[in-house]
Every structure is written in structure tokens, then in C-alpha cells.
Design a binder for this molecule. Structure first.
Ligand SMILES: CC(C)(COP(=O)(O)OP(=O)(O)OC[C@H]1O[C@@H](n2cnc3c(N)ncnc32)[C@H](O)[C@@H]1OP(=O)(O)O)[C@@H](O)C(=O)NCCC(=O)NCCS
Length: 177
């Protein structure tokens, strides 16, 4: 089980290179699951990633990482983002959830999301957490549903890859109200 082999912690600037590599792997292997393209990601310098990871830690804006305990290798990630404006800061957004294929189905995704939700619940003013998940990513949809997320809509043709489209399910976890 993941808990004995995996440590979950927030990423910092020192994790920029590992984040960059894992994100690239995710975008290459699961193009239908993410909005960002491989080309866009490749243009992002590791220094810029480090700056963002450093700058975000203190706010309602972070990336959680799953590291192997024996090699301290990053094998999974989940991002959280809260826009700061007074009319929108009751909402958070989960993005970039990805676990390396050889580590799947061992509870890593669930550990990551549990830690994201635990931290999110400590953020003042936060009332809801939103996410969008491709309708064909059944593992992710089941994971979110099992954590209490409910579907409230469908974003038709949310993504276009060549001639094919991806519809996304819009999901929401209500924390308050
Ligand atoms: C979604 C993802 C992060 C799950 O990671 P994981 O570490 O394999 O997930 P876990 O082992 O913690 O499983 C958690 C739950 O997800 C669901 N799940 C996981 N793998 C599944 C599969 N192959 N089929 C159906 N449900 C699955 C189950 O509900 C599972 O709970 P259970 O074990 O109690 O039945 C991983 O499959 C992934 O990276 N997918 C590709 C990227 C993606 O779709 N990201 C989401 C973008 S919004």
C-alpha cells in the first residue's frame, strides 16, 4: 500500500526539476487529461517553475507531491489554486492530478487528494472546490466521486486535439453553505 512507501508533501522551489519532468510525462502520456500542451510546457523554463513553486507556497495556491520514501523520487502530483479576488476567493480549483503509471492503483492518487483537501479546508474563506475531468478518464472520475465531488455540468468540446474533441465533466465539492 502507498502509505508505507510514499510520502506526500507540498512542492517547493527545490522540486522544480522533478515537477517539470513529471508534468512532461503526464502531458505526453495523457494528452486528453490536461489542457496544457507538451509544446507549451517545453517552453516553460525550470527557473520559472521554481519561481512559481516558491511564490505559491504561502497562499491558497500549491502543488502537492507524492515522493517514494526510499529514493525521494516524485511519482505523483496534484495542484490547487485559489484566485485572490474578493468575489472569487470562496472557490478553489484542483488541477494537474497525475500519478506515474507504474504507481497507479496503490492509493497514491487518494493520498494526494486527501492532503490537498485537508490543506484546502484550512484556507480562510474557501467554500467550494471545483475541477474539470475528461469524461473518458474513468479512474479520475471515480476517485473524485469517492471523495464527495458531484457532477454539475458537462463542458462539451472543452479541448480539441487535432480533429478530436474532449468533453469534460465539471465537478464540485461543497465545503460550506
Ligand atoms: C486518476 C489517477 C491520478 C488515480 O491515481 P491512482 O494512484 O491510481 O489512484 P488510487 O490508487 O489512489 O485510486 C483511488 C480511486 O480511484 C479509482 N480508480 C483508480 N484506478 C482506477 C481504474 N483503473 N479504474 C477505475 N477506477 C479507478 C478508484 O475509485 C480508486 O479507489 P479504490 O481503490 O478505493 O477503488 C491516475 O489514474 C492518473 O494519473 N490518471 C491519468 C491522469 C488523469 O486522468 N488525471 C486527472 C485529470 S483531472
Amino acid at each position: 500500500m502507498a502509505e508505507s512507501e510514499i510520502e506526500v508533501r507540498k512542492l517547493g522551489a527545490e522540486d522544480a526539476q522533478s515537477f517539470w519532468q513529471l508534468r512532461l510525462a503526464g502531458l505526453e502520456q495523457e494528452p486528453r487529461a490536461f489542457t496544457e500542451s507538451v509544446e507549451e510546457h517545453r517552453k516553460m523554463a525550470v527557473d520559472e517553475v521554481a519561481r512559481r513553486l516558491k511564490g505559491t507556497v504561502a497562499h491558497g495556491n500549491f502543488v502537492m507531491g507524492a515522493f517514494t520514501k526510499n529514493e525521494d523520487r516524485l511519482v505523483g502530483m496534484a495542484g490547487f489554486f485559489q484566485r485572490p479576488g474578493p468575489k472569487i476567493r470562496h472557490r478553489g480549483l484542483i488541477w494537474g492530478v497525475y500519478v506515474q503509471s507504474e504507481w497507479r492503483k496503490q492509493g497514491v492518487g487518494r493520498l494526494l487528494l486527501a492532503e490537498v483537501l485537508r490543506l484546502a479546508r484550512t484556507i480562510p474563506d474557501l467554500e467550494q472546490i471545483h475541477l474539470a475531468v475528461a469524461t473518458d478518464q474513468s479512474a479520475a472520475r471515480r476517485l473524485y466521486a469517492s471523495l464527495g465531488f458531484e457532477t454539475y455540468g458537462r463542458d462539451v468540446h472543452a479541448l480539441k486535439l487535432g480533429d478530436s474533441y474532449v468533453d469534460e465533466e465539471l465537478m464540485l465539492l461543497q465545503l460550506k453553505g
